[in-house]
Structures are given as structure tokens and as C-alpha cells.
Design a protein around this ligand. Structure first.
Ligand code: ARG
Length: 459
């Protein structure tokens, strides 16, 4: 295919250079946004008297036919075209002749590509938002069945204090609500700066109406500086950071699921449909989905770093380096969508094993803080109580006992104020039930967390 810019050149582009330069093999996925953007541009040109009514009608008809033909499979992308923008324009000109050549008046591919990516990401972010909400719903449903499932809570991966499984997984639900809101903020900002009409970099001499065109395309404003309009990829970086944070959350959750499904923990059993076997060890049931989600996190971080690095040191305005934005952001979009889509059913089909969680909570002296608090309630300063309980724990370890099985006469040797009511005070159930401070693990607090999540989902 002859290049649109061929006029200035006496020789065709080298084949290898042409392939290297071309982006159609990845930017063709923006065909719809490119066509919708062009449709709005044509109306604006007609409204401003830059093209005639007839020309605009021909352009609209041509563009809608191209869209329909791409979607029905009747029109294949020409991989010799430089990019999707060139492809659509030359296809239009092929179909409607001279009117097609007028479409590119008062714009350039520099503002066009900046517009197309934004519109493309808008659709993708809506889908990702819906996927996040589904995931939050799955966590909410899991939590509501386990408000009384006691498990050890950890710090430093050492058993620390008893909590409920509901409380633990709701921590992830909270993270994903922030992810949803963070994505929404970034999308809103992306829609404040419609770049179209910035043209190559300096604006245009035509009497355009950028505000009208922006509003028509659903933007809340236009980029106020045409150089910024074509050079800005902040929105890609912001979205990539949102995606990186989502992946970080998925990865932490994956890590726990991987640990929990090991024989060492056995707190959960993953469904057969989300695990794989080993080619050599017949007993194996591997949490591959969770591992892959954890693994793909690195890839999305890489996409963020790659774009930041591409943009670093770029002079204004458009530079071809910026074509690299798309592969990074598309890869991150695809990866995040795939990961959330697999993670949600994996956790909805996962079976928590309450007995094992409770048994683990029974070891490791996770009620030691509560025993110290017991002494504090009897009038001891916390530091003194802390020291006494430390000695009791050491005694238990030496004698293979747990706090619940130390006899009362032994407790009395450590401190006179111990009495029979301590056994109830340090029962795991009491330890959990009494932690009703806002955000705590007690049932009332967990109920409030569940209400918050339900409200969030209904919003
Ligand atoms: N394919 C290009 C990109 O993705 C479109 C913009 C090209 N502009 C230019 N002046 N060569 O960035």
C-alpha cells in the first residue's frame, strides 16, 4: 500500500523498516474508537462549515459501513497499513472517494491516537470495574458464611491473635473497594482532557469547535494546551499504577491461598476445576491459578515500569517512542481482566476447612494477650501482666501445656489474682467475640464491615 505521506519521498520505505514502524498489529483493537472519534470529527467539521452536508453524510455512511464490515468479519485489517488510523482513512477514501480525504482536516494522528486510547481505556475500565465488583461480591458471600469460623491471625507469619475467617477475607474486600474507587478517579481525570483538535501540536487555523466535539464524545473538558494534548500519557501511567495495585492485592491473596491449601496449613481446599495435577507425582493438587495470578503481577509491574521509562526524557511534543504506550497498557488490561476473571470463581468454589483453622488457632498461645488483659482488669499494670504471662507461656512450652490446660493452683503460683473465670476469658470464642472495637474481629464489627461492602455493591 502506498504511504499517505509518499508525496515527499522518492523511494519506498524499506520492508523491514516498514514492519518495525507499523503498529496495526496491536492498535487495530481500537478500530471502533477510531471510527466513533472520526464520526464526531466529521460532524464538527460540517457544523463549522469546514466540509459540506453531503460530504459529511458520505463520511458517516462510509464509516458506519466500515465498522459493520469489520464487526461482521467482511473487512480484514490490512497489515501493510501503518496503523489503525491510516487503515480506516484509506479504506474510507477507497469507498467514498474525495470526501474521505477531507476527514483528516483540522486534526492529526497525534491528537487522534491520544483520543482513541482514552476512549478504548474507558470501555476496558468499565469492564474491569464490573469484574472488581463481582470479586468483592464473591468475598462478601464467602465472609458471610464464616463469621464464626475461628482461625489464627498472623503477624510475621507467626500465630498472633485469634480472628475469624470472615474478618480476614474482608480485609481483601476493603482493598478491592479502594481499587474500584481509584480506577474511577483515574478514569474521571482521563475524561477531563479531550485532546482532539490539538492537531499535530500547535492547534489549527481552521475555526474548529473542540468543546462541542469533546462533549459529543462524552468528555467533561478539553486539554487546554495543544502541546500537552498530544504529549500527555499521564492517564496511561495512572491506570497502569491502578492495575499494578490491583495485581498486588490479588497476589497477596493468592499467596495466602497457596499457603492455606498446602498440607502444612490445610485451611482451604481448592476446587478440582481450579487446580492441576503433576505429571509425575500422583498425589499432587497444585494451586496453579493462584500461582499464575501471583506470577503475572510481575508482568503488570513491568508494563508500568516500561511506560514510565519510555516517557522519561521525551522532549515535547509527540515522539514515535510513544507508540510503545499501547502494548504496555493493552497487556496490563488483558492481564488484569484475565486474573480477576479466574480469581473470582476460584475463591467462590474454594472450601474453607473450619476444623483445621480452629485446631491451628488452639496452638501457638494466641490468647496470651487476652490472659495479660485479664490481669490488667484485675488491677495489674499491663507491663507487669505481660511479664507474668510470658513466664507462664515459657512454663507451658517446657511442660507441653497450653494456657487452657494449666491448672488453677499452678496459675496461683504465678499470681494470686488468677481465678477460675480466667478460663472463660481466654477461650478463643471469648477472645474473638469481645473484640468489638470498630474494625475489630468481633461479630458485631464484622457485621458492620459486611454492611459497608453490601452498600458499596449496591451503589
Ligand atoms: N501509530 C502511532 C502511535 O501509535 C500514531 C501516531 C503517529 N503519529 C506520527 N506523527 N507518526 O503513536
Amino acid at each position: 500500500m502506498d504511504k499517505m505521506w509518499a508525496g515527499r519521498f522518492s523511494k519506498a520505505l524499506d520492508k523491514q523498516a516498514d514492519d518495525f514502524n507499523s503498529s496495526i498489529h496491536f492498535d487495530s483493537r481500537m478500530y471502533k474508537q477510531d471510527i466513533i472519534g472520526s464520526m464526531a470529527h466529521a460532524i464538527m467539521l460540517r457544523r463549522q462549515g469546514i466540509i459540506s452536508d453531503t460530504e459529511e453524510k458520505q463520511i458517516q455512511k462510509g464509516l458506519s459501513e466500515i465498522l459493520a464490515d469489520i464487526e461482521s468479519g467482511n473487512l480484514q485489517f490490512d497489515m501493510n497499513a501503518e496503523d489503525i488510523h491510516m487503515f480506516v482513512e484509506s479504506e474510507l477514501t477507497k469507498r467514498i472517494g474525495d470526501a474521505g480525504k477531507k476527514l483528516h482536516t483540522a486534526r492529526s494522528r497525534n491528537d487522534q491516537v491520544a483520543l482513541d486510547i482514552r476512549m478504548y481505556l474507558m470501555t476496558e475500565c468499565e469492564e474491569i470495574g464490573a469484574l472488581i465488583k463481582n470479586l468483592i461480591k464473591a468475598i462478601r458471600d464467602l465472609a458471610s458464611q464464616h463469621k464464626n469460623t475461628i482461625m489464627p491471625g498472623y503477624t510475621h507469619l507467626q500465630r498472633a491473635q485469634p480472628i475469624t475467617f470472615a474478618h480476614h477475607v474482608l480485609a481483601y474486600a476493603m482493598m478491592f473497594t479502594r481499587d474500584f474507587n481509584r480506577l474511577g478517579d483515574a478514569v474521571e481525570r482521563m475524561y477531563e482532557n479531550c485532546p482532539i483538535g490539538s492537531c499535530a501540536l500547535a492547534g489549527t487555523t481552521y475555526n474548529t469547535d473542540r468543546e462541542w466535539e469533546a462533549e459529543r464524545l462524552g468528555f467533561s473538558g478539553i486539554s487546554l494546551n495543544s502541546i500537552d494534548g498530544v504529549s500527555d500519557r499521564d492517564f496511561c501511567v495512572e491506570l497502569l499504577s491502578c492495575f499494578a495495585i490491583i495485581m498486588m492485592h490479588l497476589s497477596r491473596f493468592s499467596e495466602e491461598i497457596i499457603l492455606w491449601s498446602s498440607w502444612e496449613f490445610k485451611f482451604v481446599e481448592l476446587d478440582d476445576s481450579y487446580t492441576t495435577g503433576s505429571s509425575i507425582m500422583p498425589q499432587k493438587k497444585n494451586p496453579d491459578m493462584a500461582e499464575l495470578v501471583r506470577g503475572k503481577t510481575g508482568r503488570v509491574y513491568g508494563d508500568l515500569m516500561s511506560l514510565l521509562t519510555t516517557l522519561k526524557g521525551l522532549p515535547l511534543a509527540y515522539n514515535k517512542d510513544m507508540q510503545e504506550d499501547k502494548e504496555a497498557i493493552f497487556d496490563a488490561v488483558d492481564t488484569v481482566k484475565k486474573c480477576i476473571s479466574i480469581f473470582t470463581p476460584m475463591i467462590s468454589t474454594m472450601k474453607p476447612i473450619s476444623e483445621n483453622m480452629l485446631a491451628a488457632a488452639g496452638k501457638g498461645f494466641i490468647n496470651a494477650t487476652d490472659l495479660a488483659d485479664y490481669l490488667v482488669k484485675k488491677g495489674k499494670p499491663f507491663r507487669t501482666a505481660y511479664k507474668i504471662v510470658g513466664e507462664i507461656v515459657a512454663y507451658c512450652i517446657a511442660n507441653n501445656l497450653i494456657l487452657e490446660t494449666v491448672p488453677m493452683d499452678k496459675y496461683k503460683e504465678f499470681d494470686e489474682s488468677f481465678a477460675d473465670d480466667l478460663y472463660n476469658e481466654i477461650s478463643l470464642r471469648t477472645c474473638v467475640e469481645k473484640r468489638i472495637s470498630a474494625g475489630g474481629t468481633g461479630e458485631k464489627s464484622v457485621e458492620r464491615q459486611l454492611d459497608y461492602i453490601t452498600e458499596f455493591l449496591n451503589d
